[in-house]
Design a protein around this ligand. Structure first.
Ligand SMILES: Nc1ncnc2c1ncn2[C@@H]1O[C@H](COP(=O)(O)OP(=O)(O)OP(=O)(O)O)[C@@H](O)[C@H]1O
Ligand SMILES: [Mg+2]
Length: 262
């Protein structure tokens, strides 16, 4: 039985492609036969809405099948798992209640490790090859929980001047987390929403390569197929299998799989 790898997609910069990358890497990994659990850690519920419409998402909230309920009760998260409808791909849905997770965590004993504790049974069971988590655009106790529960971090960075800004901040935060969770390893920066027509892209890539952070070779280009797929609550590979975006995410998933098998 191989060990479940936990990978977090995080960046405090909003709109950097975290949710899009988490969904589509997860879908492509599942297509290769890996068993994948996605965890929606954001009150915006973008990961959940990538598979389910509003009414299904609301039904998870009504039936208490959400990450928030599991964290609040500090319980094993296995009963909160739902199937996405795609082979090998499950999800723990989010809810708007996640907006109060910081207050919820604050008075708890060992508050940085609540998620790790709640995931320990799922990880130990080896049911999944990968757990992929979508973080919100914040750097508080909750994202610290997500990183403390992770083996690997992927930082999606939008190919824009402001996209670069967040990286240094994220780097400092990761170093802080590593003092209490030394297993956390930065797998790399995934450049997203890239527009090859812009000279700025080349400059940004040079700047990133000069930094000490690893950068994935695959670049996710800006493409409206991504938005259409999200409008249809589908991963891009399920929406348009042979699209450029689906191929790019298949390549990124392959790179991530190569990294973890080293
Ligand atoms: N490759 C792409 N091409 C076109 N649009 C994209 C692409 N990737 C993401 N987007 C769009 O950019 C927006 C932000 O993407 P996404 O929600 O994945 O970022 P995020 O980092 O999760 O945001 P947040 O910080 O709010 O959680 C979304 O509207 C999404 O549809
Ligand atoms: Mg998001």
């Amino acid at each position: 039985m191989s060990k479940t790898k936990v990978i977090c997609f995080a960046n405090n910069k909003g709109g950097s492609g975290k949710s899009t990358t988490c969904v589509n890497v997860g879908y492509e990994m599942a297509l290769t036969g890996k068993k994948v659990l996605l965890i929606d850690g954001d009150m915006q519920m973008n990961l959940t809405l990538s598979f389910f419409d509003d009414s299904m998402t609301f039904s998870f909230v009504e039936s208490g099948k959400t990450l928030y309920e599991g964290l609040k009760a500090e319980k094993d998260l296995a009963p909160y798992i739902v199937h996405t409808g795609y082979p090998n791909l499950d999800l723990i849905p989010s809810s708007s209640e996640m907006s109060s997770i910081e207050f919820e965590l604050f008075p708890r004993w060992q508050r940085e490790f609540i998620l790790r504790k709640c995931l320990s049974h799922i990880v130990a069971s080896g049911t999944y090859d990968f757990i992929l988590m979508d973080a919100p655009p914040t750097l508080g106790c909750w994202v610290m929980n997500m990183l403390c529960a992770s083996d690997e971090l992927v930082i999606p960075v939008e190919a824009s001047p402001w996209g670069l800004f967040g990286v240094a901040k994220m780097n400092d935060f990761v170093r802080q987390v590593q003092t209490i969770a030394p297993q956390l390893h930065v797998m790399g920066i995934a450049v997203t929403k890239a527009d090859e027509r812009k000279k700025y892209l080349r400059e940004m890539l040079d700047t990133l390569h000069e930094s000490d952070m690893p950068v994935f070779e695959t670049i996710i280009r800006i493409d409206s197929t991504i938005e259409w797929s999200q409008d249809n609550s589908k991963p891009v590979g399920a929406y348009k299998r042979n699209s450029r975006s689906a191929n790019e995410y298949a390549n990124l998933a392959k790179e991530i799989l190569n990294h973890v098998s080293r």
